[in-house]
Design a protein around this ligand. Structure first.
Ligand SMILES: NC(=O)c1ccc[n+]([C@@H]2O[C@H](COP(=O)([O-])OP(=O)(O)OC[C@H]3O[C@@H](n4cnc5c(N)ncnc54)[C@H](O)[C@@H]3O)[C@@H](O)[C@H]2O)c1
Length: 250
């Protein structure tokens, strides 16, 4: 049997990059996937690229609390439970602390971290109802090891790492069967990073940071997310899974 046969999975930021690759891998493994994103046109393209026909596209701003409440009601009515929640949507804005406006700071914390609090708050009853719910939260190597000129991103992704552990312990104490783990990619080629990887100087610096000598591809992160989502990871909760070609081992 496939690893996620007939599981209901919600993926945010699924119109592009790592989210799209993971949604496709979830579908390959037999899941019915709800792909959510702010980008409605991107979602339509993503749905066309999914194997199988029972998946659904949901236009969602992950920072919008009423939208999460409405989505939880919809999933409750339609399925009665949720098996997998991959909180993936996010982005970074780069610059020194002095050059970071409060609005910029709040937008980075909002999309990367507040969104995960909202998703967890409103989806937890549905994950509990599944009996084996799995939450995977997108962090980064920047949630473990900082770098200059990305303080808001480092703070957000570090917050994701600890919020995940707090979620895992709360769920374990409640005995509700829900696991929560964070995933920490290194440098991955996606539309988010295309500009940086396209600049020869930046690309060389990034490559120098990767012991195995190449930038990752979204499918390599997706494979690790499938593992965390599946029963193969049934004894993992509160863990941080690093997928970075060795960057943080240095
Ligand atoms: N690419 C990398 O090197 C890398 C490394 C570590 C972590 N990450 C993290 O992985 C995640 C996915 O990044 P990616 O590289 O695939 O980027 P991407 O830009 O290809 O995909 C991100 C998706 O999130 C969506 N999104 C942005 N804001 C949203 C919002 N408010 N509501 C709903 N959807 C929203 C975008 O529309 C886009 O489709 C991000 O959280 C990113 O921080 C990426």
């Amino acid at each position: 049997m496939s690893a996620l046969q007939d599981r209901i999975a919600l993926v945010t930021g699924a119109a592009s990059g790592i989210g799209l690759a993971t949604a496709r891998r979830f579908a390959d493994e037999g899941a019915q996937v709800l792909i959510a994103d702010l980008d409605a046109a991107g979602l339509t393209r993503a749905l066309d690229a999914m194997p199988g026909s029972r998946h659904e596209a949901i236009t969602l701003d992950v920072t919008d609390e009423p939208a999460w409440i409405a989505l939880a009601s919809r999933i409750e009515r339609q399925f009665g439970h949720l098996d997998v929640l991959f909180n993936n949507a996010g982005f970074g804005k780069f610059g020194s602390i002095a050059d970071t406006s409060l609005d910029m700071w709040r937008s980075v914390i909002g999309v990367n971290l507040d969104s995960i609090f909202l998703a967890t708050k409103y989806m937890l009853p549905l994950l509990e109802a599944s009996g084996h719910g799995s939450i995977i939260n997108m962090s980064s190597i920047r949630g473990i090891a900082a770098a200059p000129d990305c303080a808001s991103y480092c703070a957000a992704k570090g917050g994701v790492r600890m919020f995940t552990k707090a979620t895992a312990l709360e769920c374990a104490a409640a005995g509700n069967g829900v696991r929560a783990n964070s995933i920490h990619p290194g440098h991955v080629a996606t539309p988010l990073t295309a500009a940086a990887h396209g600049d020869p100087q930046v690309a060389r610096r990034l490559l120098d940071d990767v012991p195995i000598g190449r930038i990752g591809v979204p499918e390599e992160i997706a494979d690790a997310v499938v593992f965390l989502a599946s029963d193969a990871a049934r004894y993992m909760t509160g863990a941080e899974l690093v997928v970075d070609g060795g960057s943080t081992a240095q």
